[in-house]
Design a protein around this ligand. Structure first.
Ligand SMILES: Nc1nc2c(ncn2[C@@H]2O[C@H](COP(=O)(O)OP(=O)(O)OP(=O)(O)O)[C@@H](O)[C@H]2O)c(=O)[nH]1
Length: 351
């Protein structure tokens, strides 16, 4: 069999990355609902203890695997899980023809990419199609030039450096001059990746899927920079010294079985983020609102809040989940504010 025929049977894998709130799930939903002829399996990984993302991904026929026990790029167990999920998927190869891995917003995609090469069976069966990095045009500056990370590993930068395609998203929130300047900054970090612009992730999918944009030698190069060995055992030994996330970033999650008062919750979040919005990178939630049949979806990126009704609760347990990710999160203040925003304030069930 010719080499190109063997190559042709490999399953393409796209790694979808981008800082917290840059629009990964929005793009994923767009991909999953567009008619593009691909049958896609999705593997998701998120940061934060309570799973909100799976509620935010639209129901579809595609397979969605959740990996929640840590950041995909950071923990060896999770990366082994990734290989196991991939092996499980590959045993049903006829059901899909493309795999998308959505990384957590705080992941460096390079170790995720290297994990494929660490397992021979997986390496033989899949082909990394591209690392696609979403960039939030309205908020990326504060992360690229984050003074707290001066001289340290910066995931927002890592994600751009590793990209084969960069999608400059949320162009509706920036003016054309800023976009041009931003694009020039991105070009300084990554000289070769194609840069696309979008609003709500709406790009021509042919420009991001099935592009064979990934260059394996680059993985080796980046792995070396990170002091990551492609050999599994070796990697386990050195991993913790090689690559750590920004240790100043953490998450707080809350679960409530009582309903919220919409106005009070909106007022509390607006006030909290007005004061702490520099430090709170991301807020997400699924919220039960008093006297409302519909669950509400809470999305905030720094101070920009979006809290809106979605579908009626169906068979699910009516219960709210909220996750905040950022620095200096004051759990006690958050809990007090959230509890005071319940329709009938009671004891909170913290997770
Ligand atoms: N104005 C505007 N908002 C957008 C755009 N794309 C996404 N959003 C909003 O930005 C917020 C975050 O989008 P997500 O798709 O959840 O971002 P994400 O990268 O998956 O977030 P994490 O999973 O936390 O890393 C949501 O409120 C989206 O509706 C856009 O192009 N313009």
């Amino acid at each position: 069999m010719a080499v190109h025929e063997i190559e042709a049977r490999k399953v393409p894998v796209t790694i979808l990355t981008g800082f917290l709130g840059s629009g990964k799930t929005t793009l994923l939903n767009y991909i999953l609902t567009e008619r593009h002829g691909h049958r896609i399996a999705v593997i998701e990984n998120e940061f934060g203890e309570v799973d909100v993302d799976s509620d935010l991904v639209l129901a579809s026929d595609e397979e969605i695997f959740q990996m929640r026990n840590g950041c995909i790029c950071c923990f060896v167990d999770v990366r082994n899980d990734l290989i196991n999920v991939m092996k499980k998927l590959l045993s049903r190869k006829e059901q899909f023809d493309h795999v998308i891995i959505e990384t957590s917003g705080l992941a460096d995609p390079t170790p995720v990419a290297t994990s494929f090469f660490a397992d021979r069976a997986v390496a033989d069966a899949v082909q990394l199609d591209a690392i696609v990095t979403l960039v939030d045009a309205a908020h990326i500056d504060r992360h690229l030039f984050d003074p707290v990370l001066d001289g340290k590993d910066n995931q927002a930068v890592d994600q751009i450096v590793a990209a084969d395609r960069i999608i400059l998203n949320k162009i509706d929130l920036a003016n054309p001059t800023d976009l041009d300047r931003l694009e020039a900054d991105l070009r300084m970090l990554n000289e070769t990746a194609g840069i696309l612009r979008s609003s709500y992730g709406r790009v021509d999918l042919d420009t991001i899927l099935g592009i064979s944009g990934f260059t394996p030698s680059y993985v080796a190069e980046r792995a070396k920079l990170l002091n990551l060995s492609l050999d599994d055992d070796d990697h386990n030994k050195h991993h913790h010294h090689a690559h750590m996330h920004d240790p100043t970033v953490g998450s707080e999650s809350f679960t409530y079985s009582e309903d919220f008062d919409l106005d009070r919750l909106q007022a509390f979040l607006t006030a909290y983020l007005a004061t702490h919005g520099d430090d709170v990178f991301r807020t997400k939630g699924i919220i039960a609102i008093d006297q409302d049949e519909r669950f509400h979806v809470l999305q905030a990126v720094h101070r920009l809040i979006d809290l809106r009704p979605d579908h009626p609760w169906r068979g699910e347990t009516r219960r709210s989940k909220i996750v905040l990710i950022g620095r200096n999160l004051n759990r006690a203040a958050l809990e007090a504010g959230l509890r005071a925003s319940l329709a009938q304030p009671k004891q909170a069930v913290a997770t």
